[in-house]
Design a protein around this ligand. Structure first.
Ligand SMILES: [Zn+2]
Ligand SMILES: [Zn+2]
Length: 342
C-alpha cells in the first residue's frame, strides 16, 4: 500500500449534520473487509515486549522513571491513524461553491486529529481482566494523562478514549490495547448528552447524572455492582443486551481532573464489571468508551463523565439503521440480575 493515498477528511452529512471520517488510506483493499481472525496467526505480536521497534516512536511509558525496570504500559502514535496531525494544527474548513456562487452542500474538514494507542501490558494479555493491578492502574492513568496532554495542546475540542476487544468489537490486534483520539469538533453523541443534561439542569437545578444515580440506587433492580467510588447499572433504556454504565458517586464533568486514587479505583472497578460480563457470556467481544465534558468548559455545571460498556452479542440491523431505535432482547433488569449473580 502506498504511504499516502489521501489525507483523511471529515465530511458532513447535509441531512443530519453528522460528521463522517473518510480515511481512505487506512482500509482500501477489498480483502481487508473479510472477517478478521480473533487470534493472532503467526508472526511476532507488534505490542509484545521486545518488538518495540515495530511501533512508532513511543510517546510515554509507565512506570514513569522506569530506568532498568521494564515498561508495563506504553503509549504510541497509531501506525495506521484514521486521523492525522496537520503541521499547522488548525482544522481548516474546506468550503466550496457549486455554481454561480451557490454554496456547495458538501462541506469537509481536513482529517485533523491525534490518534494514539495505549498498550496495556508487555505480556500478551487480551482482555482487561488479564491485566494485573499495576497494569490496570497505569492504563487508566494513561487515559487521564493523554486527555490532559491533548487538552493542553490547543486545537482539540474533545478527546475520545475507547477500547475494542475481539474481532466482533472492531479490534484487529489481539494484544490488550485502548485508543485515544483528539478531535477538532464535539461528537454528535456527546452533543446530545450535553443538550439534555443542560436543559435538565436549567429546569431541575441539579445534574441529571446525580438524579439518575439516586433513582437507580432507590430502585436497585438495574444496579450491577457498587464500590465506595462508583456504581454500575444496566441503563433504563439499554440499547444492547448487558449494556452497563459506570457512574462516579461524586459528580465531576471532566475525567482528566480525576486524582490518582480515583483513576486506580476506576481501573479495578471496570475490570470487576468486565469479569462479570465474561462469566455471564463466556468472554464476549466488547467495547467501552469514556464520555467526558468537552474542553471548552461551558459544560462544567451540568455534565458528568462516565464509562459506557457493552458486549457485542447482537448486531444492529435494518430496523436499527432505519430508525435509530434499538431492539434489545434482554431487559436491563434481567441483565443486571444475571451480572449480579455472576
Ligand atoms: Zn502481544
Ligand atoms: Zn455517554
Amino acid at each position: 500500500m502506498p504511504d499516502t493515498l489521501h489525507q483523511p477528511e471529515y465530511r458532513k452529512d447535509p441531512l443530519s449534520d453528522a460528521w463522517v471520517v473518510i480515511a481512505a488510506e487506512r482500509n482500501g483493499r477489498p480483502e481487508e473487509f473479510q472477517e478478521l481472525p480473533v487470534h493472532r496467526v503467526g508472526g511476532p505480536c507488534p505490542f509484545c515486549v521486545g518488538n518495540e521497534a515495530v511501533t512508532p516512536q513511543e510517546i510515554i511509558s509507565y512506570p514513569a522513571a522506569a530506568g532498568d525496570r521494564p515498561w508495563k504500559v506504553r503509549v504510541v502514535p497509531n501506525k495506521f491513524p484514521a486521523l492525522v496531525r496537520c503541521a499547522d494544527m488548525q482544522p481548516a474548513l474546506v468550503s466550496k461553491t457549486f455554481k454561480n456562487g451557490t454554496p456547495s452542500l458538501f462541506t469537509s474538514l481536513r482529517g485533523h486529529g491525534g490518534h494514539e494507542v495505549i498498550i496495556e501490558s508487555s505480556r500478551h494479555a487480551v482482555s482487561l481482566t488479564d491485566l494485573d493491578d499495576e497494569e490496570l492502574t497505569y492504563t487508566f492513568q494513561a487515559y487521564r494523562d493523554r486527555m490532559r496532554c491533548l487538552a493542553s495542546e490547543g486545537p482539540w475540542k474533545y478527546v475520545q478514549v475507547f477500547k475494542n476487544v475481539g474481532a466482533a468489537a472492531g479490534s484487529s490486534i489481539e494484544h490488550a490495547h485502548s485508543q485515544v483520539m483528539g478531535l477538532p469538533a464535539v461528537p454528535i453523541r456527546v452533543a446530545e448528552e450535553l443538550a439534555h443534561t443542560k436543559s435538565y439542569f436549567n429546569v431541575v437545578g441539579r445534574r441529571l447524572f446525580e438524579s439518575m444515580v439516586e433513582e437507580e440506587l432507590a430502585q436497585q433492580s438495574r444496579v450491577v455492582d457498587q464500590s465506595d467510588d462508583f456504581i454500575a447499572v444496566c441503563p433504563y433504556a439499554s440499547r444492547f443486551p448487558y449494556e452497563t454504565w459506570i457512574l462516579p458517586r461524586v459528580a465531576a464533568p471532566r475525567f482528566e481532573t480525576s486524582g490518582d486514587a480515583l483513576v486506580a479505583s476506576l481501573g479495578r472497578f471496570t475490570a470487576t464489571i468486565v469479569d462479570r460480563l465474561e462469566r455471564t457470556l463466556k468472554r464476549p467481544a466488547y467495547n467501552y468508551l469514556l464520555h467526558s465534558a468537552p474542553f471548552d468548559r461551558s459544560a462544567d455545571d451540568h455534565y458528568q463523565w462516565h464509562l459506557e460498556l457493552f458486549p457485542r452479542v447482537t448486531k444492529p440491523a435494518g430496523f436499527e439503521w432505519g430508525t435509530g431505535y434499538y431492539i434489545n432482547p434482554v431487559s436491563p433488569e434481567q441483565a443486571a440480575q444475571a451480572l449480579r449473580s455472576a
